[in-house]
Design a protein around this ligand. Structure first.
Ligand code: AMP
Length: 127
């Protein structure tokens, strides 16, 4: 599958330092920062530094090192924010939206880490 990546998307611009962000963790391959429009008391975005458009692109083409680093950073975010149940928090939800049906706004792969309140059911039923 050929993926097309728009280098002008807002997260690419954050990675190039053209737009500021509130960084939580930065590593060689990954950046985690606070969402600008938080939908819960804890709302952090975890993004790879590589040019991947969504989860399936990242999962298919990223190196094992990038994937391991990304996953470790996401886990550290859960602990650092206090959201992880084992860290005394009440729990969290990770979400990754892709494409039209997933209502993805920014076409650079990102994982939302949400917590700090009861988040409700995963999806609203349509029937
Ligand atoms: P999605 O709908 O999954 O693509 O989510 C995109 C997320 O990016 C939304 O939750 C936005 O609030 C967030 N966002 C957009 N621009 C910025 C920015 N400059 N800094 C931090 N978060 C942003």
């Amino acid at each position: 599958m050929a993926y097309s990546y728009d280098p002008q998307n807002i997260f690419a611009r954050i990675l190039r330092g053209e737009i500021p962000n509130k960084t939580v963790i930065e590593t060689e391959h990954t950046l985690a920062f606070h969402d600008i429009g938080p939908q819960a008391p804890i709302h952090v975005l975890v993004i790879p530094k590589g040019a991947y458009v969504n989860f399936d692109h990242f999962a298919t083409e990223a190196s094992a090192e990038e994937i391991a680093d990304f996953t470790r950073v996401a886990g550290r975010v859960c602990h650092m924010t206090g959201a992880a149940p084992g860290a005394g928090g009440g729990g969290y939800r990770t979400i990754s939206n892709a494409g039209e049906a997933g209502v993805q706004e920014v076409p650079h792969y990102h994982l939302h880490v949400l917590g700090g309140r009861v988040l409700g059911r995963m999806l609203q039923r349509q029937d």
